[in-house]
Design a protein around this ligand. Structure first.
Ligand SMILES: [Zn+2]
Ligand SMILES: [Zn+2]
Length: 305
């Protein structure tokens, strides 16, 4: 090393010139021929290019490589497995740019490599704990792996996330389509806890309950639906049927009478169906009101014909 100040030559291992105390300058390099001529020159003696410090040169190389990687990434887009290796390299070269990590997570999710995607999202959550969408995407992956409880843990845990309910719905539908209604009810109930006035979920719940002989719960659903929606004879009739099954004949009778009262003006009235009169007749019979029961059965019979 030749000291640029006093021009003495000293060993490269020193950080300061032992003759004049000047700090050892950073080695320079020619960006064109990638040669390290000597610190005493400002221009490359070979090609005339202005010399740069080694750290500047490394930075230039890094930028150059990133540009190349970005060109490759543009070529393959984020739906191609080939992009993965470029993303990995880009993450290595520019770890502070989380876009590459986001893109990698996205691609892995698209490719169905959910465990690996989750690893990326965990890193992203660590880097940006306030960005709820990282958590939502992680929830997507957990859902795809059928880790339902974990899906809900992450999507509920994130403030601002709208996906708590979204996942509940997805999980419930998935369970219903695979005939796991009792399991589905648990998730629908969690949804109802969040949105107690969502009539659609009460309907979902009651349809899952059907056939399970959980009549009190069914009645609770019908009461809520009656409260939330306009008059619907079906709710009253089904509530009546549940009360009948629970041997609450007076209350069941009231439900059928409610339909007879409310439906009398309607064109497609339930009064014109035999089922209503048969069910009412059965209640009356249980209550020992045989004459009235007989009238109902006759009415039912006339409607059948
Ligand atoms: Zn010196
Ligand atoms: Zn040169």
């Amino acid at each position: 090393m030749k000291c640029p100040k006093c021009k003495e030559t000293y060993d490269d291992n020193f950080k300061f010139c032992p003759y004049c105390g000047e700090e050892k300058p950073e080695p320079k390099i020619c960006p064109t021929c990638e040669m390290d001529p000597s610190t005493e020159f400002n221009f490359c003696p070979e090609c005339g290019t202005e010399l740069v410090s080694k750290s500047q040169w490394e930075e230039l190389k890094r930028k150059e490589e990133l540009n190349k990687l970005n060109e490759q990434l543009k070529k393959y887009d984020l739906l191609d497995e080939k992009s993965l290796k470029y993303l990995d390299k880009a993450i290595e070269l520019e770890p502070e740019n989380i876009r590459y990590l986001e893109d990698k997570a996205y691609l892995l999710r698209y490719l169905g490599r959910y465990e690996e995607a989750i690893e990326c999202y965990d890193k992203l959550i660590e880097l940006e704990p306030k960005e709820y969408f990282h958590k939502d995407y992680k929830g997507d992956c957990l859902y795809a792996l059928k880790k339902y409880e974990e899906t809900l843990d992450i999507s509920y845990g994130s403030e601002g996330s709208l996906n708590g309910g979204f996942f509940l719905e997805k999980i419930a539908m998935e369970l219903i389509t695979t005939n796991q209604e009792e399991e589905a009810i648990k998730y629908i109930e969690k949804y109802i806890e969040l949105n107690p006035n969502d009539a659609f979920r009460w309907k979902m719940k009651v349809s899952c309950l059907s056939g399970l002989q959980r009549y009190e719960e069914e009645i609770e659903c019908y009461d809520k639906l009656i409260e939330l929606q306009h008059y619907d004879p079906i709710y009253w009739i089904r509530k009546g049927d549940c009360l009948y099954a629970l041997k609450k004949y007076e209350e069941a009778l009231n439900c059928y009478d409610e339909v007879i009262e409310q439906d009398k003006e309607n064109e497609d009235s339930w009064i014109k169906t035999s089922i209503l009169w048969t069910n009412k007749g059965k209640c009356l019979e249980k209550l020992g009101r045989d004459e009235e029961a007989k009238e109902c059965y006759e009415k039912a019979k006339s409607l059948k014909d």
